[in-house]
Design a protein around this ligand. Structure first.
Ligand code: CU
Length: 324
């Protein structure tokens, strides 16, 4: 049986010092060398906040890893049996050791509770942190969000540089469509956004549950049929981003992705105006802009919304449509 190590206390103090020094070095190196490159980047305010949150988590996690490795390294080099050496000596048992237990429970509780408080505050202060907040967001960014949304619904909203831009995201098996109510309500497969602009995403679905995950924008919002899920972000510089469906939604879920770009405000305005003109004939066939749409049975014929059986959709009665 192993003897008790009388040097255990001084060994622990040495381990503690090694741990503290290495932890500080690793944290500082991480913060300056890795931190600025952490996912999901810095394309929007919400992405930057996500990056900051991940960096803070790493700053907390690295000393834990270093602590485990330091203890492991010390025990390998100092407490192991050696060939022809004396019998290995063990330290006092951790089990029922009040000091060890108290420190362990206290430090892990402080760490976990502090992170829970930090996470909750980040949700409040960052207006939902780019997550879908449902139809009635509790926290909204500065600016006339409600007026913009009402004007979008009435078809009277216009956009000019500096104003809030509402964009509707419509998920369906298996693609995303984007609708711009401030530009006549045209639809497109391309998500183009202006730089340095507050964006209000209104996310919905025509069929099953999808999830709009614009990775580099730091935005992720569920797309539920019949629900207007609102998510905010504020674009910063220009750049490209990817959009993926993040909710298993059927056989081609894995193929449900596309890409988008944040461009300068003037480039965006040119793109939106020209796309509005180019798609005018299609837009005329679309239902009026609404927060949600009920799909009908005529999807195969080209119409995918309730249309009251008006031409040019179909003369066939469909479920979900009003009887005339
Ligand atoms: Cu999907």
């Amino acid at each position: 049986m192993a003897k008790n190590n009388s040097n255990y206390g001084s060994d622990l103090r040495k381990i503690l010092w090694i741990w503290a020094v290495i932890s500080i070095i690793v944290d500082v190196l991480f913060w300056f060398l890795v931190g600025p490159h952490m996912a999901p980047g810095r394309l929007t305010e919400t992405a930057k906040n996500d990056q900051m949150d991940l960096n803070i988590l790493m700053i907390c996690a690295l000393p834990v890893i270093v602590g485990v490795w330091t203890y492991w390294g010390w025990s390998l080099t100092h407490w192991g049996a050696k060939q022809n050496g004396p019998e290995p000596i063990g330290g006092p048992a951790a089990r029922s050791n009040l000091k060890v237990q108290t420190w362990w429970i206290a430090s892990s509780s402080v760490l976990v509770l502090a992170l829970a408080i930090f996470g909750t505050l980040a949700l409040i202060m960052d207006h939902g942190s780019g997550g879908g907040e449902g139809p009635n967001p509790v926290w909204m960014p500065d600016g006339p969000v409600t007026q913009v949304e009402t004007a979008a619904l009435n078809g009277t909203a216009t956009w000019s540089p500096g104003k809030i831009l509402p964009v509707q995201v419509i998920g369906q098996q298996w693609k995303f469509t984007y609708r711009y109510p401030t530009f006549g309500g045209f639809e497109t497969q391309q998500l183009i956004l202006p730089a340095n602009t507050t964006i209000v995403f209104n996310v919905t679905s025509l069929d099953v549950i999808h999830s709009f995950w614009a990775y580099q924008l730091g935005v992720k919002a569920d797309a539920n049929p019949g629900v207007n899920d609102v998510a905010f972000t504020e674009t910063k510089g220009t750049g490209n981003f990817e959009v993926r469906c993040s909710e298993l939604c059927g056989i081609w879920h894995g193929a449900m992705y596309n890409s988008g770009a944040v461009v300068s405000q003037s480039t965006f305005q040119q793109w939106a105006t020209s796309t509005q003109a180019a798609t005018a004939a299609n837009t005329a066939l679309l239902p009026k802009f609404a927060w949600t749409y009920t799909p009908d049975a005529n999807g195969a014929a080209g119409g995918y919304y309730p249309d009251g059986n008006l031409t040019p959709y179909s003369s066939v009665q469909v479920y979900g449509a009003k009887q005339s």
